[in-house]
Design a protein around this ligand. Structure first.
Ligand SMILES: *[C@@H]1O[C@H](CO)[C@@H](O)[C@H](O)[C@H]1NC(C)=O
Length: 212
């Protein structure tokens, strides 16, 4: 009875798979041997010990008074962690590669709400984070400023940020400008990015009128 039962389940499967190629499920090799990849890896050292380049993209999601919600992506290449296989994999939480020690230098009550890290086969990391932070606001223009910086050039002499793309589309603020600002503290060089999120002029007029 049991054998007949199994046969009646298996037979249709065997028959259908030999007739209909589309039904065969091919699982892609979604596997990276993390232990192997990280053998002899030194996470206290940046991929480039002299000047580590980080590409930064920022998307401002929302602004309320002096508070900003934004997403920041940081991309960097770690040649030590190239692998063969799938294009891009999520990095498991127990795996600890070198990370840039980026922070919001002028941020109050900074919260990183969500975070994910992915590694591409060519050794490119993408760290994606959602932040909320209160920042400095110019009382007259209502412009906000955001300073992105390395805390202590962790694992390298210098962390250098390239702001490669910015997106902002909120009603009160729809434009931002950025500049690189070199800072020296205790003989250490820092390459900060200063971002000014400009308040829409129309917004100023409306808020100015509303006080009457
Ligand atoms: C950083 O951006 C530059 C210019 O857009 C690009 O050529 C480079 O491949 C990027 N590096 C990484 C690690 O994404």
């Amino acid at each position: 009875m049991i054998i007949v039962y199994y046969l009646s389940i298996l037979l249709p499967l065997l028959v259908s798979s030999s007739f209909d190629e589309d039904l065969i499920i091919e699982r892609r090799p979604h596997h990276v041997d993390w232990e192997d990849l990280f053998m002899e890896y030194n996470r206290y050292s940046a991929p480039n010990r002299v000047k580590q380049e980080i590409n930064v993209t920022i998307e401002v999601i929302s602004i309320r008074n002096d508070k900003i919600l934004f997403e920041m992506n940081q991309d960097w290449r770690d040649e030590r962690l190239r692998f063969v296989g799938v294009a891009r994999v999520p990095v498991p939480s127990h795996i600890l590669p070198w990370y840039p020690d980026t922070y919001i230098r002028n941020g109050w009550d900074v919260v990183i709400e969500r975070q994910s890290t992915e590694l591409n086969y060519d050794g490119t990391f993408q760290l994606k984070q959602k932040y909320q932070a209160a920042v400095d606001m110019d009382e007259s223009t209502k412009d906000l400023s955001l300073v992105i910086s390395s805390y202590n050039n962790y694992g390298t002499d210098r962390v250098h940020y390239n702001l490669v793309s910015t997106v902002i589309n909120v009603p009160s603020h729809s434009h931002l400008v950025s500049k690189q600002v070199a800072r020296k503290s205790d003989g250490i060089h820092f390459d900060d990015i200063h971002i000014t999120i400009q308040s829409n002029p129309i917004n100023n007029i409306i808020s100015g009128n509303s006080t009457f």
